[in-house]
Write a protein that binds this ligand. Sequence first.
Ligand SMILES: Nc1ncnc2c1ncn2[C@@H]1O[C@H](COP(=O)(O)OP(=O)(O)O)[C@@H](O)[C@H]1O
Ligand SMILES: [Mg+2]
Length: 238
Amino acid sequence: MIHVSHLVKTIQGQMILDDISFDVARAEILVVLGESGAGKSVLLKHLIGLLKPDKGVIEIEGRDITKLSEEELLRQRQQMGYLFQEGALYDFMNVFDNLAFPLREHTSFDSRMIAIKVEEILKMVGLEAAKHKYPSELSGGMRKRVGLARAMIMDAKILLCDEPTSGLDPIRSRDISDLIRQVSRRYQCATVITSHDIDNAFRIADRIAIIQQGKIVIIGTPQALKSSENHFVQEFIS
Ligand SMILES: Nc1ncnc2c1ncn2[C@@H]1O[C@H](COP(=O)(O)OP(=O)(O)O)[C@@H](O)[C@H]1O
Ligand SMILES: [Mg+2]
């Protein structure tokens, strides 16, 4: 579903992504772990086409998105769910309208159909009771859940989450991590999550990649990372 091959990106003469390659299959969760500044957000921005690589291939469901026009990219993005650090909810819309908005814009569903879809997804993220609330009235954890619901409202087959646990306490972090896993499984998404939250990465990932200064140090199952003899890996995960 996601195929990245020899991705290179320099920004202002600085190497930010240095020959990154990986694949993510349908219904698979890859967590990209790395310290602050390692290149995680820049990598995700390439996957949705907000940044273009200097070199390399990024295929999403068989299409090389580095070759798409702006218009084609916009259409491609509608089929991808993303939950970014900024949250990106509309402050002037309540939860219901935040979720209904993409359906009103991009589908021909009537208002009854839209309400059914929104209710269904709110139920999945456990926020039925909050549909009339505005983002400012929600806790950080609830906003992330609405963000996740909005990422999935168009039935995306690709789910990208940038540091979904940042700013949350340990319990909320575990809850949102488990919810992402549940949603990802239910929709059979190829999922990429960036994080520096090692516990939750090991909790929900099918595979983990550790990136350091724009390079993948190791990629493998949680078990494989645990038994790696690489010193950096052991130090990082301990
Ligand atoms: N728009 C930009 N202009 C200049 N440097 C940038 C820009 N975006 C990211 N960088 C640099 O790229 C590196 C990786 O950033 P980022 O992907 O945001 O790291 P993180 O792993 O914390 O998400 C950092 O050194 C950052 O300073
Ligand atoms: Mg980041």
